[in-house]
Design a protein around this ligand. Structure first.
Ligand code: SF4
Length: 149
């Protein structure tokens, strides 16, 4: 979070960009993850997690009268952009706030993100965020995969 704020302050943009901190609501996360603890990343637990986070984002966008809500998650090769966009559209229809569809991986978006991370000396976490992804990432891989993403 601190890295994100630092990057927003340092990166030149055409229009102002502001950081809004969401609530740290671990109880809601563990409630949706219950029974899905052993799902692989991109699986059913993640789909519920996308829904939880995008719903919070949409709610803030609605309260503040923003034109759209969206997510940067589609830049990650570990995230399913199609599922994210489907969930975004569904929440958009439920809450009445527009969804901005994306697949930021396209046109070398992921490569660009790694270049910007290097340029701005940013920390890149090598797991998604929850304890399950952390445990999964720490497992030895026969192909030697791992590292920042
Ligand atoms: S934090 Fe990441 S790995 Fe964990 S459930 Fe959410 S999307 Fe999946």
């Amino acid at each position: 979070m601190k890295e994100q704020q630092r990057f927003i302050d340092a990166f030149p943009t055409k229009y102002p960009v502001h950081f809004i901190e969401g609530d740290y609501d671990k109880d809601s996360f563990y409630a949706i993850a219950k029974g899905l603890e052993h799902e692989p990343e991109k699986g059913a637990r993640c789909h519920k997690c996308y829904d939880l986070r995008l719903r919070c984002t949409a709610q803030v966008a609605k309260e503040k009268g923003f034109d759209f809500f969206s997510t940067t998650l589609t830049i990650s090769p570990m995230k399913d952009s199609q599922v994210l966009n489907e969930i975004g559209i569904r929440i958009s229809e439920e809450l009445g706030v527009s969804w901005l569809p994306s697949d930021f991986k396209k046109r070398e978006g992921y490569k660009r993100s790694t270049q910007l991370s290097a340029e701005y000396d940013m920390y890149r976490q090598d797991y998604c965020g929850c304890v399950y992804s952390y445990n999964e990432r720490k497992k030895p891989s026969p192909r030697g995969e791992g590292g920042p993403r």
